[in-house]
Design a protein around this ligand. Structure first.
Ligand SMILES: C[S@@+](CC[C@H](N)C(=O)[O-])C[C@H]1O[C@@H](n2cnc3c(N)ncnc32)[C@H](O)[C@@H]1O
Length: 238
């Protein structure tokens, strides 16, 4: 990523603009609003259970991670959060984002802790919130099938179509446990069809302000703990 500019979105929160792709990290109608609506209210809040594993494509500004940490603390959820990033923000970019300014933002310290956490190891950022940032290309990664929730926050398929291929989306879908949840801002027809081909049920939901819709998809399957036991062994039938 050659250069990035910081821009203010309509809800007052900042985001990054990438001239090379003519693409923003978040909706220009409101970065904070978009992240809270898609990933927290229609992702995290819909997952049962208190111990959750989350897998994110694109750590970026850390906004999704920070909102997840704050919501988990409110609801008593314990989270292990894995996130992949190939082009981390520089210290200078971070210091200019308005959610990292301690004078203006009460959670600025948390943001900085998320960013200061070392790459490629799991760190407890706050009680019950473990972060594992992977400095890696998520399109080349393989994931264990342990996740309850995927935040798919890659750049749009119009600018990075390879990140929305059946092969890459398939790896994220296979990372989900049965009944796991996949959320994304993208409602493109080809993406919906790919997720269906991969065996997920796909639901369009109202989008955040300024965007008509978003997607939530659920992996069909019997959770391991509900898998029926095999019938008792009958030696007469063996
Ligand atoms: C739409 S932005 C969203 C970022 C983040 N979720 C946030 O809230 O700021 C997409 C992110 O994916 C990262 N990215 C793009 N291609 C990638 C790849 N192949 N592997 C890992 N990260 C990638 C970008 O650097 C960027 O941070």
């Amino acid at each position: 990523m050659k250069s990035r500019e910081i821009i203010r979105t309509e809800d007052g929160s900042d985001t990054l603009y990438v001239p090379e792709l003519n693409e923003c990290y978040h909706s220009i109608h409101g970065a904070l609003q978009e992240s809270a609506h898609i990933f927290i209210r229609n992702g995290l809040d819909t997952c049962g259970g208190t111990n959750l594993r989350i897998l994110e494509a694109g750590f970026g500004t850390g906004l999704n991670a920070c909102l997840t940490l704050l919501r988990a603390a409110e609801t008593g959820k314990r989270i292990v959060y894995h996130s992949f990033e190939k082009y981390p923000l520089s210290g200078e970019e971070l210091s200019r984002l308005n959610y990292t300014n301690p004078a203006k933002e009460k959670n600025a310290g948390l943001f900085l802790r998320l960013h200061e956490a070392p790459w490629n190891e799991e760190v407890e950022i706050s009680p019950g919130f473990h972060l594992h940032k992977h400095l890696a290309d998520f399109s080349e990664a393989e994931f264990p099938p342990l996740f309850d929730l995927v935040y798919y926050d890659a750049f749009a398929p119009d600018v990075q179509p390879h990140l929305w291929s059946e092969e890459i989306l398939g790896r994220f879908c296979r990372a989900l446990k049965p009944e796991g949840t996949f959320v994304t801002y993208c409602v493109k027809g080809t993406v919906k069809q790919t997720l269906r081909n991969l065996g997920l049920t796909v639901k369009r939901l109202p989008g955040p302000p300024g965007k008509r819709e978003m997607l939530r998809a659920t992996k069909i399957g019997i959770p391991q703990e509900k898998t029926p036991l095999p019938p008792p062994y009958d030696k007469n039938k063996a």
